[in-house]
Design a protein around this ligand. Structure first.
Ligand code: ZN
Ligand code: ZN
Length: 296
């Protein structure tokens, strides 16, 4: 089993245990704030699940039925999860609204806070493991996951402090107010998950900097060609698809034109990890003089 797969399964397991404990804390107390904290863990569960899909399904090599690969499985699962997150946030908002209209005292608040605190501690430990393993494996994605989990630990601590304050002051309205804040935060992260995944499904172009890098590689590696035009890019998960037309002198042999293509493909492959390059070769009179000018 690969290290990435082990960590993805670990994240999923921790996410399920944390969600269970936080739901228990809500059930013990009836606190809307603790419910919102519990449902916030569904965001982590969703991310962990998407990571698992990415490793198991999206990383599968291309086959006869899916000749371009399976990368989009990742986006597909993330959109579904993002929608579930948004539904969870709307549910909390409703509960918070009811709570603000009629605030009520919590049952067993100390016990509930202890159970909730145990879940938060588990998250903190796992966030630490993710960042450390991510650094060791040189995986920015893992480090980012760990950092994200850490921000959740901070939010959870804030929620617990709010509930404690409500308990000490007797201002029970603080509980649903806190929940409303958390719900808005969850709505925001759910929206971001959906938006990022949708742009992947919609074949969004690579970022400006990557495009500039690709243009630079073409203009330095394609010596012997006249120009390149109609450059199109899209990314799907870890893969980046690049295609363009390469104009060469009409009298050039297929052998020489192919040499140039191989050089450009190798150059782009080095600059952009997991790039899939397709080049359409054309004779001189097709030149558009608006594309990338190839240096001689
Ligand atoms: Zn063309
Ligand atoms: Zn070839």
């Amino acid at each position: 089993m690969s290290a990435a797969l082990k960590l993805a399964i670990g994240s999923l397991a921790v996410g399920i245990v944390v969600l269970g404990l936080k739901m228990l804390a809500w059930w013990m107390t009836g606190s809307v704030a603790l419910l919102s904290d519990a449902l916030e863990s569904t965001v982590n569960l969703a991310t962990a699940f998407a990571a698992l899909v990415a490793i198991r399904v999206a990383a599968r090599p291309a086959d006869a039925g899916h000749p371009f690969g399976h990368h989009k499985a990742e986006f597909f699962s993330a959109v579904l999860e993002g929608v579930m997150i948004i539904v969870a946030a709307l549910f909390i908002l409703r509960e918070a609204y009811d709570g603000i209209l009629a605030p009520r005292a919590l049952d067993a608040p100390i016990e509930g806070l202890l159970v909730n605190g145990a879940a938060t501690a588990l998250n903190a430990v796992w966030a630490f493991v993710l960042v450390r393993r991510g650094r060791a494996l040189k995986s920015p994605a893992l480090v980012a996951d760990g950092r994200h989990l850490w921000t959740d630990v901070v939010t959870s601590a804030g929620v617990a402090a709010g509930v404690l304050l409500a308990l000490l002051t007797g201002w029970w309205i603080l509980d649903p107010l806190m929940a409303g804040l958390v719900a808005v935060n969850i709505l925001w992260s759910g929206w971001r998950v959906v938006k990022e995944s949708l742009s992947g499904l919609m074949d969004e172009a690579v970022p400006e900097e990557t495009l500039a890098l690709i243009r630079e590689v073409i203009s330095t590696e394609a010596a012997g060609a006249v120009e390149a035009h109609d450059l199109r890019t899209r990314h799907a998960g870890s893969a980046t698809f690049v295609e363009f037309h390469l104009v060469v002198p009409g009298g050039m042999t297929v052998f020489d034109a192919h040499e140039i293509c191989d050089r450009v493909e190798a150059g782009i492959g080095k600059a952009v990890p997991d790039a899939r390059v397709t080049i359409h070769v054309e004779p001189e009179h097709k030149s558009k003089h608006t594309g990338i000018v190839v240096l001689d």
